[in-house]
Design a binder for this molecule. Structure first.
Ligand SMILES: [Zn+2]
Length: 435
């Protein structure tokens, strides 16, 4: 009875949202209030795949849904990254009938790694893809060990795991569960030393001895062996090889796949998505053909002209140093003279007090590569201190805390304008820069 009422209210509110084009998580949130064990009542005709991890879960799950649909499958998917309880509930109730039956071939759910244990309290996915695990919003989430504990609570014994063999942390998740691994061969961007400050696997997650790396893809993602217990990259069922980052071409289990977005992070997302689709029964060659047609949503990256200058906007996740490191790698890939504009709002859940995460970002990599860095936003001065400690000269650092006064400062800089900020702040920054 409660479930029927919850479905009725949820669907009605969802419909109203569609009419007023205000899609929110509200239908699911209301339904969960009315029926707290809502998730228990859904029945799935097809397989359910959960996609989680610190970075790349939105892009990866979007790729999975795209590949499946291109191969003629019907998919229920929370495409907009609504990955908390309300968002997942909204997705399921809008894709089911009143009885709670979800008639699709597949359900692809992006889920927040910390909320997964609540989302999967009353039902379980058949498969779970974990992209990677890093420190992320440290003051809110705690360190990686805490995230692992929470995630392991969500993983029931029946779940088959699809794991990144190049990540020593997530590769070691729930060791009793059935699993397959995917990996990416060394690329031209691989390095012998970690270029990043954020490195969450200097010691073995099993025995705490020192880890040795023969190469790094980025941060702690690479080829590793523990000097104590011998823990090393597990054998992969799916492997990306022959990566040509200039052309955006590579092989996945021997099938050619192409991308326009040529970063190692994106290649890992592709590897995860292709592996998941193969596990769901799509042939590797068909998955690769479909994925080669995939276009990333422009939400995280955009290009524009500001007067006669080229500008690129690269967005990072809030208080997520690895995400910021990826944005910096993107800046380094751009040719020619460039100026970097960094806006840090450091919003909400820490009452704007935490700036420690700025010290986990490898800004040092920019020091010899850019003419200047313009620091702006509420944390402009903290950012300037961070850069100064990172070896930037006073001439390289410009500070304008007030976003409204940024234009004249920018006009004195040269080269391509690279704007680095967080998802939440993008709109405000863009308005000032392009007006
Ligand atoms: Zn070990």
């Amino acid at each position: 009875m409660r479930f029927t009422l919850a479905m009725l209210v949820g669907k009605l509110v969802g419909l109203l949202g569609k009419v007023t084009s205000r899609a929110t998580n509200l239908p699911g949130e209301l339904a969960l209030k009315i029926c707290p064990d809502l998730f228990r009542h859904f029945q799935f005709d097809g397989k359910v795949l959960a996609v989680t991890g610190s970075n790349g879960k939105t892009s990866t799950s979007n790729m999975v849904a795209f590949i499946l649909r291109e191969n003629g499958k019907s998919v229920a998917h929370n495409a907009k990254g609504s990955n908390l309880l309300g968002g997942v509930a909204t997705t399921l109730l809008t894709h089911s009938n009143f009885g709670g039956r979800v008639p699709h071939d597949f359900v692809v759910l992006e889920v927040d790694e910390r909320y997964s244990r609540l989302i999967f309290r009353d039902f379980s996915p058949d498969y779970m893809l974990v992209t990677n695990l890093f420190r992320d919003q440290l003051t809110r989430n705690g360190n990686v060990d805490v995230i692992i504990e929470k995630l392991q609570e969500a993983i029931k014994p029946s779940v088959k795991l699809i794991l990144n063999a190049n990540d020593p942390i997530s590769a070691n998740l729930s060791p009793e569960n059935e699993r397959v691994y995917y990996g990416v061969d060394r690329t031209s961007h691989s390095t012998g030393e970690s270029l990043n400050i954020t490195h969450d696997a200097k010691v073995c997650p099993k025995c705490y001895h020192k880890m040795q790396y023969s190469f790094f893809h980025y941060n702690h993602i690479g080829a590793y062996t523990c000097s104590g217990c011998g823990y090393t990259n597990p054998k992969t069922a799916y492997q990306i090889t022959d990566v040509d980052l200039e052309q955006g071409d590579m092989l996945f289990n021997g099938s050619r796949v192409h991308t326009e977005y040529r970063s190692v992070f994106n290649i890992f997302n592709m590897a995860g998505a292709l592996s998941a689709c193969c596990e769901l029964g799509i042939k590797a060659v068909d998955a690769c053909t479909a994925l080669s047609r995939f276009r990333l949503m422009k939400e995280r990256y955009d290009e524009m002209m500001v007067g006669s200058r080229r500008a690129v906007m690269i967005l990072s996740k809030n208080q997520n140093p690895v995400s910021f490191d990826q944005s910096i790698s993107h800046v380094l890939d751009l040719k020619g003279d460039k100026t970097v504009v960094v806006y840090v709002g450091n919003i909400n859940h820490t009452n704007n007090r935490d700036t420690t995460w700025l010290y986990d970002i490898s800004f040092e990599r920019l020091q010899k590569e850019v003419s200047s860095v313009v620091c702006t936003g509420p944390r402009a001065y903290d950012l300037a201190v961070r850069l100064s400690l990172g070896g930037f000269t006073p001439e390289q650092i410009q500070v304008e805390r007030d976003l409204g006064k940024l234009r004249p400062v920018m006009e004195q800089t040269t080269g391509t304008i690279c704007i680095l900020t967080e998802l939440y702040d993008a709109k405000a920054v863009l308005e000032v820069i392009t007006k």
